[in-house]
Design a protein around this ligand. Structure first.
Ligand code: PLP
Length: 371
């Protein structure tokens, strides 16, 4: 058997007639950049997340960048986030000229350790950016409380958390601004690059729309230095179709995750994902933590030999990337992040994965640990 890490073709095959039709509509109306299909999606997505505004953009990275921009974060400011994330979270901080300040993760949830944030807050801190990693909300209510006490903003990096919830509210509605990526492999994926920003704040929403579209208030008049961060019409149309299936797809991921966890919980020296009781985990990734790096690597090799693809998210933490050497962090600064980088493995998980495939992965991993 060959188990892919993700198979986007299966998803397309299931809904191809609807997708083909809406793409044809976009082409027929030549609404390629922004336009009615993007606006429709923005309306659907803002209702889905439960916020007043959704601003469609061309990537999750752009969403994070614009969010910091409209909060007037810039030179001399500090933004707190974790080094255990996709590097884009930190790019955005660099794009506006601010300094990333890292806080280690909680070893159970892999999201920012709220107890370690306070000691990193200075008079330069402007924003806390929790990352809802692997599809589980960070402890956002406590982060927002801490931020309010210190007059800081909170931007959620919800790139991996479309449909995830905390206390019954959707990620992206829990703080000042929510940022989403619709990169094809995300739980809600476009047919290319796309992203979105969600907020309840009218002024921020206006600013976000303004900067997204070349800072144009009237045709040909630009009042600030702007960006072309608009969403494509085809992406808006495709996402509007796919959004209708998101809850079902997230549920299917959750069922696979539950089957995995049920099977693996009896194995020694292996840590299964921990779900916070007040959170809805949508399993963008399913992570196992092994006892050390050698075991992780040898399990990975074994799975490859058995035809099972796996992933590493993320093997080199951001504070140890060459690009951020100038920040002066070193190995040992964030032990939990470094442990996850060395000892974690991501197993195949996608809604269309069959029970037979899941069982095969389970069987092979059990076999590995029996040897
Ligand atoms: C995917 C991702 C991003 C970046 O999104 P793009 O659409 O690829 O630019 C940012 N943060 C996290 C946590 C991500 O997973």
């Amino acid at each position: 058997m060959k188990i892919p890490f993700i198979d986007l073709k299966r998803q397309y095959n299931n809904i191809s007639s609807q997708i083909d039709e809406v793409i044809k509509n976009v082409i027929d109306s030549t609404a390629f950049a922004s336009g009615p299909y993007v606006e429709k999606f923005e309306e659907f997505y803002r209702n889905y997340i439960g916020v007043k505004h959704c601003i469609g953009v061309n990537s999750g990275t752009s969403a994070l960048h614009l969010s910091l921009k409209v909060l007037n974060v810039g030179n001399g400011d500090e933004v707190i986030t974790t080094p255990h994330t996709f590097v884009s979270t930190v790019w955005a901080i660099s794009y506006v000229g601010a300094k990333p300040v890292f806080v280690d993760i909680n070893p159970d949830t892999y999201t920012i350790d709220v107890d370690k944030i306070q000691e990193k807050i200075t008079d330069k801190t402007k924003v806390i950016m929790p990352v809802h990693l692997y599809g589980q909300s960070a402890n956002t209510p406590d982060i927002v409380k801490l931020a309010r006490e210190n007059h800081l903003f909170v931007i959620e990096d919800a790139a991996q958390a479309q449909g995830s919830e905390c206390n019954g509210n959707k990620c992206g509605s829990l703080a000042d601004i929510g940022c989403f990526s619709f990169y094809p492999g995300k739980n809600l994926g476009a047919f290319g690059e796309a992203g979105a920003i969600t907020t309840d704040d009218d002024n921020l929403a206006n600013e976000l729309r303004y900067y997204r579209n070349h800072c144009q208030k009237e045709k040909n008049l630009h009042f600030d230095i702007g960006y072309n961060y608009r969403m494509d019409g085809i992406q808006g149309a495709v996402l509007s179709v796919k959004l209708k299936y998101l809850d079902l797809w997230n549920q299917q991921r959750k069922e696979i995750a539950d089957n995995y966890s049920e099977a693996f919980k009896e194995l020694d020296d292996i840590k299964i994902p921990f779900e916070l009781p007040n959170v809805k985990h949508i399993y963008h990734q399913y992570q196992l933590q092994l006892k050390d790096e050698n075991t992780r690597n040898s399990l990975r090799e074994y799975l490859t030999k058995e035809g099972i693809a796996s992933g590493l998210h993320y093997p080199v933490p951001v504070h140890l990337q060459q690009a951020y050497a100038h920040l002066g962090y070193k190995e040992g600064d964030f032990p939990e992040t470094e442990k996850a980088a060395k000892c974690n493995i991501s197993l195949p998980i996608f809604p269309e994965m069959t029970e037979e495939e899941t069982n095969y992965v389970i069987e092979k991993i059990k076999e590995y640990f029996k040897r």
